[in-house]
Design a protein around this ligand. Structure first.
Ligand SMILES: [Zn+2]
Length: 515
C-alpha cells in the first residue's frame, strides 16, 4: 500500500485539537500526521505519493448511520417508481411494468420501488387490479417509498397465500375491499412477513446492484455505513461477508441485527469477520409502530425486548416516527436502565420525526442518541407541508431543539428512502429548505459545522468507533473525502452543489475525479 501526502488542502479535521490545517500524511491505511505543507514535506519518502489538492476541502469520510443496503442495491436494478423518474401516475406505473414484462418469461417476479401516493395523479396507492391490468402472468411486488407498504398483484397475492380468509399478521394490515372483504393488494407493515415468502432477487442481478451501490457510496464520499434492516440475520451476515471478500463493497459496514436475527445470534454467535473495522455487528433494530392503530409491540413486550438487548450488552436501535411511539421507546429504555443500570449504553431512536421540546428533554436525560434523516425535508418537504397535520408539522425533525436540549443527533439517508448523498442532508439541516424552495421549520436551522458533525464524529460514536474514525486525527483510519467546496464557508444555497472530488478509504484512493 502506498502512503499518501495530501497537501495544499483546506482540511477541516473535526478534531478540536487542530480544527484546520493544510495537509495530511497517511501510512499503512492510517493517518500518520496532519499539519502544514512544510511539515508534511519532511515525511515524504520514496514510496509515498504526493497529491496536490489545489485548495480543495478535506473532511473525514462521511458516515451514513442508517440505510438499507440490500434495498438500495435492489432499487438500482428494479423498476424505479420515484416521481422524479416519470412515475407520476398509476398509468405511468402500469406502463413501466408492461414494458419490463415484455421479454420476461411468465412467472418471473417484477419488482418496483419508490412510488408514493402523494406524487401520483390519482392520489392513492395502486391496487392489485391496477397491477393485474399491466400483467397477469408475472407476479408483481411494488414497494412504497417508505419501505413500509407494498402492493401485490393477484398472482403475487396467490403466491404468498393471502386471500379473503387470511387474518392480519401481528403488526401488519391487509387492506380489504369494504364490500367484498377481498384484499385490495395493498399491505401495510408486512415487510418482514413478505421477505420470508417472496424469493429474493436473482443473485447475479443483486450483485449488479451492489456494484452500482458501491459506486454511489464512494462517489458520495461515504466511507462507512450502518445497515439498519430489521430482518438482518445470519444469512444477511454471510452475504455481507461474501461481498466484502469479493471486494464488491468497499465502504465499511456495521450490520444491525433484527429481533429474530438477534435470537439466532444469542443461540449461536456468528463467526466474526477477519477485519472487524471493515465489517462488524451493530445494535439490534426493533420497529415500534402504530400501523394497525395500536402500539406494536405493546409497551410490556417492548420493555422486555429492550431489557433483553440491554442486558446482553447490545445497543437497542428503536425505529419510532411519531410521538406515541417515541414515548414508548423512551419508556422501554428507561425501564431497562432502571432494571439494569449501565452507563454509556448509546441506545438510539431512529427517525424521531415528530418531537416536542419536553420529549427532547426526556431523550437527553436518558442519554438516547437520535439518528434522523435531514435530507427528507429536501426531498419530501413539499409533501410534508401539504399533508402533515399542523400539530405535527410544528415539531417535525426539530434538529436545533434536540441539540439545544442536549440530545446527540446523527444524520443518515435511510437509502433507498432518499438518495445517499450526505451533502444534501448537510444542506437541508443548514437551510431547512425543500427542493420546491419552501422552508420547513426554518427556526430549526443548525450551523454547517454542527451539520458536518452529524455525518462524522457524532456518527462514529453510534458504533463506539470514535477512537478510530470520525475525525482527521493521527492514528485514526485514513478515511477521507475531498470536496470542491467548503460547506462552512460557501453561501448556504451552494452547499447542495458541492461535489466529491476524491474518496480515500483505508489510505487507498477509491474514487478520483481530480485528475
Ligand atoms: Zn430505515
Amino acid at each position: 500500500m502506498e502512503d499518501l501526502i495530501l497537501n495544499h488542502a483546506n482540511v477541516i479535521t473535526m478534531d478540536p485539537n487542530l480544527p484546520r490545517t493544510n495537509g495530511i500524511a497517511t501510512q499503512d491505511g492510517k493517518i500518520l500526521a496532519v499539519g502544514s505543507n512544510d511539515l508534511l514535506k519532511r515525511l515524504r519518502h520514496k514510496n509515498s505519493r504526493g497529491i496536490d489538492c489545489k485548495g480543495n476541502t478535506i473532511l473525514p469520510g462521511f458516515i451514513d448511520a442508517h440505510l438499507h443496503l440490500h434495498g438500495f442495491a435492489e432499487s438500482l436494478v428494479t423498476l424505479n417508481l420515484e416521481p422524479r423518474n416519470n412515475a407520476r401516475s398509476i398509468l405511468g406505473i402500469q406502463a413501466k411494468i408492461k414494458a419490463s414484462s415484455q421479454n420476461l418469461p411468465s412467472g418471473t417476479w417484477i419488482r418496483g420501488k419508490g412510488y408514493h401516493e402523494f406524487y401520483l395523479a390519482e392520489k392513492r396507492h395502486p391496487t392489485r387490479g391496477d397491477l393485474d391490468a399491466a400483467t397477469s402472468i408475472h407476479p408483481v411486488k411494488l414497494t412504497h417509498r417508505s419501505g413500509h407498504a407494498h402492493v401485490l398483484n393477484s398472482l403475487a397475492l396467490a403466491f404468498v397465500g393471502i386471500s379473503k380468509h387470511t387474518p392480519d399478521p401481528p403488526g401488519g394490515l391487509i387492506d380489504r375491499d369494504l364490500m367484498t372483504g377481498e384484499p385490495t393488494g395493498v399491505l401495510y407493515g408486512m415487510s418482514d412477513y413478505l421477505s420470508k415468502l417472496i424469493p429474493t432477487i436473482d443473485q447475479n442481478q443483486l450483485e449488479e446492484g451492489i456494484k452500482l451501490a458501491n459506486q454511489k457510496l464512494l462517489s458520495s464520499g461515504v466511507t462507512s455505513i450502518q445497515d439498519a434492516t430489521s430482518y438482518n440475520n445470519r444469512d444477511r451476515w454471510e452475504v455481507f461477508q461474501h461481498w466484502k471478500e469479493r471486494k464488491l463493497l468497499k465502504s465499511r459496514v456495521s450490520m444491525m441485527l433484527g429481533g429474530e436475527g438477534f435470537d439466532e445470534y444469542r443461540r449461536q454467535p456468528f463467526p466474526a469477520y477477519t477485519d472487524r473495522k471493515n465489517l462488524h455487528l451493530g445494535g439490534v433494530k426493533i420497529i415500534v409502530h402504530e400501523v394497525t392503530g395500536r402500539l406494536t409491540p405493546d409497551q410490556k413486550e417492548l420493555n422486555e425486548m429492550v431489557l433483553h438487548i440491554h442486558r446482553s450488552g447490545f445497543q437497542a436501535v428503536l425505529h419510532a416516527v411519531e410521538e406515541p411511539t417515541i414515548e414508548a421507546a423512551c419508556s422501554a429504555i428507561e425501564y431497562a436502565l432502571k432494571e439494569f443500570p449501565r452507563s454509556d449504553h448509546r441506545h438510539r431512536i431512529e427517525h424521531c420525526s415528530v418531537c416536542t421540546q419536553p420529549m427532547a428533554k426526556r431523550l437527553a436525560s436518558l442519554g438516547i442518541t437520535v439518528v434522523t434523516q435531514p435530507s427528507f425535508f429536501f426531498y419530501h418537504g413539499e409533501r410534508y407541508l401539504r399533508t402533515v397535520p399542523d400539530s405535527n408539522l410544528r415539531h417535525l425533525y426539530p434538529i436545533a431543539t434536540l441539540m439545544k436540549n442536549g440530545v446527540k443527533v446523527v444524520g443518515s439517508s435511510d437509502c433507498p428512502v432518499s438518495p445517499v448523498n450526505p451533502l444534501i442532508g448537510i444542506y437541508s439541516s443548514v437551510s431547512r429548505m425543500a427542493e420546491s424552495g419552501e422552508f420547513v421549520l426554518p427556526e430549526e436551522k443548525i450551523s454547517p459545522f454542527e451539520a458536518l458533525r452529524m455525518y462524522t464524529d457524532e456518527a462514529a460514536k453510534t458504533t463506539f468507533e470514535e477512537t478510530i474514525k470520525g475525525s482527521i486525527t493521527p492514528g485514526k483510519l485514513a478515511d477521507l473525502v475531498v470536496l470542491n467546496g467548503d460547506p462552512t464557508r460557501l453561501p448556504v444555497n451552494e452547499i447542495k452543489d458541492i461535489e466529491v472530488e476524491m474518496t480515500i478509504l483505508n489510505g487507498e484512493v477509491v474514487l478520483d475525479r481530480m485528475r
